[in-house]
Design a protein around this ligand. Structure first.
Ligand SMILES: [Zn+2]
Length: 450
């Protein structure tokens, strides 16, 4: 591993409003040390990488995902159902999850994310048929060198309490709270440049008890960790909250002590304008999942409206019960298409989508001081993009628009904390083939295929 790296001859998108058309960026000790135009002599470095006119951006930040679901990617028996039909069909399969399966699915998801330009991801793991599954995810992230925010997901309501999942994947309040404390004390690293952090993430308002919602918010406050959940994803959630709590999902969220700058929510499709304004004022962020919303077909969040009202919005690829890839490039492109489709031709540019995929995601994860941009002192997390020569032919006037408008782009290089994890379009892990073989065997077992 080089302690300093110089990327030259690149178009640099360093942050919103900070671009250099032909420049260099110098990384040292896991941080951005300097940048400048090519006509300003760059410093010496242990390694020099010529990016040959390619675009460099900050690494994208994935703000919503369920990695274990890639074990049942595109699962034919349920794939064309509603969200609830899919989940009901898949929970019995997911009930067989064990530590190995979670390690393998996390390893595959993180590698796929790196190839799609993502350098930091959260994961919302809320299915716990066995103990210590999040420990296995953290092991996978550390083996790869990926920056990871693990979230301790939870469910307390199974079929017998009117919920969707079987009894074997939900847990008691005591077990959830005890394990949350354990994970925070063991793995949460608040120090600058950390590679592992932990947040608390009850699955949704209708899958956990009121006690878990309230206690999670209090625990997050005590330990200064982030809070995450699904919110206002489905109209059925409105009906449920009215019946059980006598209020809307957002009102219940506020009542449970969640309306604070510590929280970010996934989806947020069905709030009223006034509710968005209230949460925006409190500093709550939202993760939009454009592909998931469109694949499920039940409505999509209007990220531009959320942003106009002052809410910071990140992008997430969501799990494979609703979308079957882990490419933040694809989510950024879809956010651009969806935003323009919903709001008109003058509403949104590629830079807005890129800002959501980088700064927006970092805001969701409470990490905007260090990631989601490449200002001096930021973490050295960046992507050098590759567009196939055929699909970038003629795209000469604006590399940022070209990135999201032309044919699919993947990472040529992905760098996390100054370490090269994707090189010339290939993941650097030497054991990836073995992991993929074991992942296939685990997926076959789960799907009961020979
Ligand atoms: Zn989700």
């Amino acid at each position: 591993m080089s302690s300093s790296l110089l990327v030259t001859n690149a178009a640099l998108y360093l942050d919103r409003g900070l671009e250099i058309s032909d420049g260099w960026i110098h990384l040292e000790h896991g941080r951005v040390k300097a940048y400048g135009p090519m006509n300003l002599a760059p410093p010496e470095a242990d390694r020099i990488l010529s990016a040959e006119g390619r675009l460099v951006t900050p690494g994208m930040v994935n703000s919503h995902h369920h990695m274990y679901q890639n074990l049942t990617r595109s699962y034919a028996p349920v794939v064309n159902g509603t969200l609830f039909e899919c989940l009901k069909g898949l929970y019995p399969l997911w009930a067989t999850l064990d530590e190995d399966a979670v390690y393998l699915s996390s390893y595959v998801a993180m590698t796929e994310l790196l190839l799609g330009g993502c350098t930091t991801s959260m994961d919302h793991h809320y299915v716990h048929p066995r103990a210590r599954l999040i420990d296995a995810q953290i092991r996978a992230a550390r083996d790869i060198g990926f920056r990871f925010l693990a979230t301790r997901g939870s469910m307390t309501r199974s079929v017998k309490d009117g919920g969707l999942p079987p009894d074997s994947v939900v847990q008691s309040e005591d077990v959830i709270l005890e394990d949350s404390e354990r994970l925070i004390s063991l793995y949460h690293d608040p120090s600058p440049g950390a590679l592992t952090r932990v947040a608390l993430a009850p699955c949704s308002l209708f899958s956990v008890s009121e006690t878990i919602m309230k206690e999670s918010a209090l625990m997050a406050e005590r330990h200064e960790v982030r809070l995450h959940t699904h919110l206002a994803e489905d109209p059925d959630e409105d009906v449920y909250c009215k019946e059980v709590y006598g209020c809307t999902p957002t009102e219940y969220f506020e009542r449970s002590g969640w309306a604070s700058a510590r929280s970010w929510v996934a989806h947020y499709i069905y709030p009223s304008g006034d509710e968005i304004d209230r949460l925006a004022r409190k500093g709550v962020c939202a993760a939009q999942c454009p592909c998931s919303n469109m694949m499920i077909g039940g409505g999509a969040a209007n990220a531009l409206d959320l942003r106009r009202r002052g809410m910071k919005v990140g992008l997430g690829c969501d799990g494979s019960a609703s979308t079957d890839h882990a490419s933040l490039w694809l989510e950024a492109r879809m956010a651009l298409l969806l935003g323009r489709f919903q709001n008109g031709p003058h509403s949104m540019t590629a830079r807005d989508a890129l800002d959501m995929a980088t700064r927006g995601g970092a805001a969701c994860l409470g990490w905007e001081d260090e990631i989601g941009h490449l200002r001096i002192g930021a973490c050295a997390d960046l992507v050098i993009w590759q567009l196939p020569p055929l699909s970038r032919a003629g795209a000469l006037s604006d590399p940022v628009e070209a990135l999201l408008r032309c044919a699919p782009a993947t990472a040529w290089y992905t760098i996390v904390a100054g370490r090269i994890l994707v090189s010339e379009g290939q993941p650097c892990q030497s054991d990836l083939d073995r992991v993929l073989g074991e992942h296939e065997r685990a997926a076959r077992r789960m799907q009961k295929l020979s």
